[in-house]
Design a protein around this ligand. Structure first.
Ligand code: USQ
Length: 407
């Protein structure tokens, strides 16, 4: 199948492109390389040394004999070029990962909020709009987030996208309807994924487009079967306070003897998935499109849930790392429970890689190998959700207890 991976240079996009290429799909990456520019803006770098996209593709060809195409297009800003490219290459499936994905980055300043909304919402709308215009009968697979549901404790399992509700008619009778689960974003980034849901629903209804939305949890790990095949195929791995996500950050922190940075009480519960399962889920979604005229098919792309302080304790037991409770820069519930329905992927053959798989050690090893690339001043999360919260968040945090393992 001809598959376009929009955002194929990113943390999920690169291993997805390799995975699909390895399965025999004809893959082209469309990317504006913005993630590399954000690294430059923030003055941080991936913990793992990352080659240019051209070099990565050259190495992939060398190890696999397969070609991955590449186009530099900013799909959020260059609507006409996006349309022309779609009209010319005519992909049969579009994997849409071309969005700014960090909640703390989206909350850094008014400029970052504006950028995140403009980039994410326009990217999604431009793709849908262009597909209609060039009459492309393709399946659009969009990467959403578990964060669209919010983390309020409703005491009920979160369904896969749609909630069954009872609507009271004027005559007092009650009829059942399925509605999009009420959106409850916790950051500007998460809000853009909520807005995406409406765009996807509209184009599926109005133009009969086949759309899948993947509500993904937090991705952990860095290697997949394909990135392991050559050192220069390595995936990026973020540890900094803006782009590093919690489980990867804790493992990296443990590897260099840095105290684990638990926000608040650590009572927040989140959904997790390993990067290998993430790319496998995208493969499964690709193979199981909805029919034309159906509403978007929504999957919960996660395999387990954990409380943040339990993760910290687990990693502390494994490594002896110290656990620090630090002031929470976010506006979020201090404690929440989370039960999530993920039956669709399991029924379609996903065999989850869970935390006890031993891959936690692999990530600690990767972090240890590249430890000299870490700038410890970039570890704390300093992007505050409100000005008031910001007053309690130190901009520079001194860590006096780094162990000698660090450097
Ligand atoms: N947290 C800590 N310590 C840290 C970093 C984070 O306690 O050092 C806490 C946060 O306060 C939050 C939780 O861990 O309660 C998750 O934070 P995160 O930075 O790991 O993840 P988040 O910002 O929510 O976003 C990430 C990805 C995003 C994806 C989302 C899935 O960046 O693209 O959509 O996870 S979900 O969490 O299910 O919304």
């Amino acid at each position: 199948m001809r598959v376009a991976v929009f955002g194929g240079d990113g943390f999920v996009g690169w291993p997805t492109s390799l995975h699909l290429s390895n399965l025999g799909h004809d893959v082209t990456i469309v990317d504006n390389l913005s993630r590399r520019w954000v690294d430059t803006e923030l003055g941080v770098q991936s913990l793992t040394p990352m080659d240019s996209i051209q070099e990565r593709r050259r190495i992939w060809h060398q190890v696999s004999g397969r070609e991955i195409g590449f186009e530099v297009i900013n799909i959020a800003q260059e609507y006409d070029r996006t349309k022309q490219w779609l009209a010319g290459w005519r992909p049969e499936a579009l994997i849409h990962l071309a969005e700014q994905r960090a909640a703390p980055y989206s909350m850094k300043s008014d400029r970052h909020k504006t950028y995140t909304v403009n980039n994410n919402v326009n990217a999604t709308h431009n793709l849908l709009n262009a597909m209609v215009e060039v009459q492309l009968d393709a399946h659009l697979v969009h990467l959403g987030t578990m964060g669209v549901y919010g983390y309020s404790d409703v005491g009920a399992t979160i369904p896969e996208g749609y909630l069954t509700v009872g609507l009271e008619n004027d005559d007092g009778s009650v009829r059942k309807e399925e509605i999009l689960y009420p959106a409850n974003p916790g950051s500007v980034y998460h809000m853009t994924k909520c807005l995406d849901q409406l765009l996807l629903a509209f184009y599926a209804k109005n133009d009969g487009y086949r759309v899948t939305d993947l509500h993904q949890g937090e991705v952990w790990g860095t290697h997949t079967d394909q990135t392991r095949r050559h050192e220069q195929l390595i995936n990026r791995l973020d540890y900094d306070g803006d782009y590093g996500t919690v489980l990867n950050r804790f493992l990296i922190q443990a590897a260099i003897g840095h105290p684990l940075t638990v926000h608040g009480t650590g009572g927040q519960t989140r959904a997790f998935i390993h990067i290998q399962d993430s790319v496998r889920c995208i493969e499964i979604a690709l193979e199981n499109p909805p029919d034309r005229g159906e509403r978007p098919r929504i999957f919960n792309q996660m395999t387990e849930t954990h409380r943040i302080r339990d993760l910290a304790e687990l990693i502390s037991r494994m490594t002896g790392a110290e656990v620090n409770l630090v002031p929470n820069p976010r506006k979020e519930a201090a404690e929440n429970d989370l039960q999530v329905d993920n039956r669709q992927f399991l029924e379609l053959g996903l065999d989850p890689i869970l935390l006890e798989s031993g891959l936690l050690e692999e990530l600690i090893d990767v972090a240890g190998k590249y430890a000299q690339r870490i700038d410890i001043k970039r570890i704390p999360s300093t992007s505050a959700w409100t000005r008031e919260i910001g007053k309690n968040i130190p901009k520079i945090v001194e860590f006096r207890k780094l162990s000698s393992r660090a450097f």
